[in-house]
Structures are given as structure tokens and as C-alpha cells.
Write a protein that binds this ligand. Sequence first.
Ligand SMILES: [Zn+2]
Length: 282
Amino acid sequence: MPELPEVETVLSGLKQFMTDQKILEAKIFTKKIRNLVPKNMAKTLENKGVVGLYRRAKYIVIDLENNHSMILHLGMSGVMKTYLKDGKKFEKDRHDHLWLKMEDGNEIVFRDPRRFGVLDLLPTGEVSSSKYFSHLGLEPLSNEFSVKKLRAILSSRKVAIKQAIMDQKIVVGVGNIYASEALFKSGIDPRRAAYSLSLEEATLLVRNIKSILRLAIKNGGSTLRDYRNIGGERGYFQMHFSVYDREGRPCPDCTCNIEKTGGVKRIVQGNRSTFYCESKQR
Ligand SMILES: [Zn+2]
């Protein structure tokens, strides 16, 4: 499933194809994926200039000059494919839901076999209060995700810190892998009550969440050479993990006695696997 860094990578690819360009033609091949696709969508997109593209949580928002915004979510299996004007010709696949022809002749296709994605159109002024975004918490890479704000939110939460940082209402886009890794780097036991973090620990955690996501974005970006298929299974699978999926193995620079501790532990929290080092995370 694409996580925040993968979506950021897809976004940077789309920017290259769409920024300051007009959508000449649009075709919708689908009535319903996760949402009902608006009937007038293709018409509303055609002959409209793209005035901005950004990411919010795992959604991509494309603002048009007619004060409408396209909302895209890759779901479990979505990819954005591009067909260069002088390259391979587009042949519709049954999993294709959207086709766009841009002003410069390049084409963009949204393909989602498992149909958990979103393809919607909203008035630009209603995007932030829409059902997609109204409940979402802080953007982890923005300045609003600060130690002060996070501590204020966590001060009343008894839930385990691992589950708190994966709660989209608190902070968006910290997936299971990144949560385990950030807590390891911060030396925080994932089972700790969220409110119990000290100022120092919260500072480390905010810093490490940001740096791990940035590193993952950088990795996703650097492995993305072929923009004909924006997205796909790159990104975090190529990252080196400290604890994630390393049950029973030593953690990096391990000083713990692995014979005694059994190495990295795996537990289940909120139906998700958590990996941590018992001696380094307190
Ligand atoms: Zn260890």
C-alpha cells in the first residue's frame, strides 16, 4: 500500500507532467471506485489549466483554474501511468479509471485494480472541510507538527504512543513501519502511555518522524527513474530498517546481550505488528 513517501513521490512526478498545463481531454472509465465518481467530472476537467498540485495525508489534490479540485487517492494498488507523446501508445486496461491528455501531448492514466482508490471532484473552497480531510490531524512534515502541538494533543491520551502517532486524527501519514522506526530512533518504548512522554522524548520523536519520512521520500525519489509508471512498488521496501521486520535479530550497534534478550521483539498493538528493542527503548 502506498504510504506518505510514495504518495509524495507520485506527486513530484505528476507535477512534472501537469504544472501550468492545460488538460486538453479527459475520459472517465468508471462510475464507482471507493467513491462515486461525479458524472460531470470529465467535462469539468477538459480545457482547464492546472494551477496547483499538493499532497494532504495520502491524497493528491489538483487545483484547476475553474475553482474545482480533483482529489486522488491511490488506495491499495493505484498507480499513475504516463504515456509520452512520442512513446508507447495508450491502450485501455480494464483497471484504468481516468485518462487525461495534457496540452503538451503527454497522457496520464490512473489505474487501480483493487478499486480502493478515490477519484473525485470538489469545489476548491470545500476541499479542506470535505469528508476526506475534515477529520485529519497534523501534516508531519509541516511546521505545524511541532513538539508543543504534539505534547498538547498527547497530554490527555492514555493510548500507547505507537498507536497515538499512527492515529490519523493526531498526525497523518505515519504508517506502521515509520512508527516503529521513529520510536526506536527516539529510544521510546512503543507501549508507553502517550501522555507520559517527557519534553526531551517528544522533541526526539518529532525530529525522528520528520527525518525518517524525509529519508523515505528521498529514497522513493531517487529510485524513480521511469516516470512512465509513477509510483509502483518502490520506496520503503528498499529502505534499511533498524527494527521493523527484524524480530529476534540484533538492532543496529547492538549493545544488548542478544542471547539474553532474544533480540528485537515483535508485539501486536491495535492489530498491527510493532518491533522494538527492549534494552534501548524505555
Ligand atoms: Zn538492541
